[in-house]
Design a protein. Structure first.
Length: 454
């Protein structure tokens, strides 16, 4: 039986065929960088007297460009009274989270009406809401259907400024024949492919090491650890990880998400990564044996970072009401099901996985295939990849991990914290003589937005 593989259109993947395998095409070929934000940037020059909506976010790494497909569905749809939806256009500003943040923030800071809907990393809410970049969302239907922890990442000072588009939790991928560790120390010593290069991935992986190494409950949410707690619990956990970073995890010091996927597809037995990777791997011929996958997935053995992306409405949108309508469409149950089954992204709603707020056991996860949702006929001998059993496996892993997931620090100064924290982590890994008091003072200052370094 042939497998229906959700590759990108030929013109997007042909260039990436020079990379090492089809799964790598799916990740390496997805970048659409629109260039630096200069006065000539088209979106900055637009007329604010318009009904067209512009949706700003990062590069669409969903399979089949499912995020864009959802916006096309919006464009083809109508309101209940028969009026056509206003046309919406996706604007992919950058590949990396750090670049997305800086570019979207620059536009919002300028007061430009360039963007109506923002697809934001869930750590941006506090900063963007406090700065006045976001409209508080009101009368959003079905809020109780969202995973509560994910919904809270869109709150700031009692107001709901954003709602989940997709959630991210750390998952453990294992090649067949490789037993996944059941405890955190075993994972660190296993040679697992992590994301330890100098970007947001290092912050995420280091926080997971802290929470699983004696610092649980610290550097998460809106609580502020004392300098004593940073010295006595956070710093020792990172020091404990350092020998692994110089040994079994040394290769991961060069890895972002794409490089760790490359390593796993090329033979590394274990990988820590996000849910979207599952469907990319399931469509990779080297990772399949007919209908059977040559890898498995489960929740990490311990605490994980609650990542993900939220949808928000820009304060500078000429049409905030219509923009909220689009936000509710993109976050609705049908859109979330399509994003999961066709796009590979973990949904933010219980109902997208066949669950409900009062029925949320991982064992009860149900998932439909992409073709069954879209009605797109399969060709002779073709089958969906991933199939319903495989999607359910992924859904169970996500729901299990959500119960162990913690948010990153909630602060308007998150970007300052993250850059400071990972700089300190790198120095600990490199045995650069970082003093524990210097570490505690720098991290504490960064949470309040004060310039600091290790």
């Amino acid at each position: 039986m042939m497998t229906r593989r959700w590759y990108l259109p030929h013109d997007r993947t042909a260039k990436a065929a020079l990379a090492s395998g089809a799964v790598l095409m799916l990740i390496a070929a997805l970048v659409v960088v629109l260039g630096p934000l200069e006065s000539s940037y088209p979106a900055m020059e637009m007329d604010c007297d318009r009904e067209e909506l512009f949706v700003a976010g990062g590069t669409d790494v969903s399979l089949r460009n499912q995020r864009r497909a959802l916006i096309r569905q919006w464009n083809e749809g109508r309101f209940p009274d028969g009026r056509p939806h206003p046309h919406a256009t996706p604007v992919e500003v950058a590949e990396s989270t750090d670049q997305q943040h800086s570019q979207i923030k620059a536009v919002q800071e300028s007061g430009s009406c360039a963007y109506d809907v923002l697809i934001m990393d869930n750590t941006w809410t506090a900063q963007f809401a406090e700065a006045g970049y976001l409209v508080a969302l009101e009368d959003v239907a079905g809020l109780d259907d969202f995973f509560p922890a994910a919904l809270r990442t869109g709150e700031w000072e009692g107001e709901q400024y954003a709602i989940p588009f997709n959630v991210d939790v750390g998952l453990l991928y294992n090649r067949e024949g490789v037993a996944p560790p059941t405890a955190w120390p075993g994972l660190l010593g296993s040679g697992v492919a992590m994301q330890l290069s100098g970007y947001e991935g290092l912050t995420v992986n280091a926080l997971e090491a802290v929470w699983n190494g004696g610092g649980r409950g610290l550097l998460t949410g809106d609580g502020r650890p004392s300098e004593e707690e940073l010295r006595d619990s956070v710093y020792p956990a990172l020091v404990e990880m350092a020998p692994y970073a110089r040994g079994a995890l040394a290769a991961s010091r060069l890895y972002g998400e794409r490089e760790s996927i490359e390593a796993f597809a090329s033979g590394t037995g274990l990988m820590r990564n996000w849910p979207y990777v599952f469907s990319a791997l399931a469509s990779e011929p080297r990772m399949r044996d007919g209908d059977r996958l040559r890898f498995g997935v489960r929740a990490l053995p311990g605490r994980t970072v609650l990542g993900g992306q939220n949808l928000a409405v820009s304060t500078h949108s000429p049409n905030p009401g219509l923009a909220q309508e689009l936000v509710e469409f993109l976050s609705g149950t049908r859109s979330q099901r399509l994003l999961f089954s066709c796009g590979g992204f973990a949904p933010g709603r219980y109902s997208a996985l066949g669950l409900a707020p009062d029925r949320r056991s991982p064992a009860e996860v149900e998932a439909r295939t992409c073709s069954s949702l879209t009605g797109e006929p399969l060709g002779p001998g073709e089958a969906d990849a991933p199939g319903p059993v495989q999607l359910a496996e992924l859904g169970r892993a996500v729901v299990t991990a959500l119960a162990r997931a913690d948010p990153r620090p909630v602060t308007p100064h998150y970007s300052t914290f993250s850059s400071t924290f990972r700089d300190c982590v790198q120095k600990i890994f490199d045995r650069a003589g970082l003093d524990v008091r210097e570490f505690a003072e720098a991290v504490s200052a960064s949470l309040d937005g004060r310039a600091a370094s290790c």
